[in-house]
Design a protein around this ligand. Sequence first.
Ligand code: URA
Length: 239
Amino acid sequence: MRLAQVLFSQGFGTRRECDNLILAGEVRLHGEVVDDPAHEVDPHGLVFNVEGKDWPFHEKAYVLMHKPAGHECSHRPSAWPSIYTLLPSPLRLRDVQAVGRLDQDTTGLLILTDDGALIHRLTSPKKHVPKVYEVGTAQPVTEGQVAQLLAGVVLHDDPKPVSAAACEIVGERQLRLTLTQGKYHQVKRMVAAAGNEVLSLHRSRFGALVLPDDLAPGQWRWLAGPQDILGSGGAAPAR
Ligand code: URA
């Protein structure tokens, strides 16, 4: 693959901008400036350096972000900054998309990718990919509320009850809820339908992927690929 094509595929601008970065001596391979846009490289496992920063080549981008509060999962946010502002410009130019949305005030695990097939797979209600939420509630949680969430509650936009795949009390006002669907404000609406109110919401897990303790709010990191999310068998575990 031509070096200019590598840069272009990884989101470093138009073809002309990528050529110009290389011609300007801003691109290094193994510490050496390469100023020929037609220089041939094997992209697999390649780490290239642009303007002093190392970039691993990723044919598709799979990114894990710790979403902070006060950010919208939208390219055109209405009131709060967009989560996309937390990514470097090559990832924004590659047009990575959040896999489902978290509310402005929800924190935790967010996956972003430019792999459309994976987005479809992870958001399809038929695939039952589990998402785990840590829920802080206004009122003490009761066994009755847990039973309702497991049995199914009716939300105003759908007569069919929606149920949690798992639900446990983890504190006086703290629930751990596992959902396999992703309806609008689903956790908040389910908890309200069960007679309580969500005061804080944090997603700790998505499929096989657990939010690492050492990833601070607002930070992101590369994932190796879909297997990090789907697990080794390609299918997400039951919960
Ligand atoms: N359910 C909600 O209510 N909000 C979120 O952000 C995610 C799930």
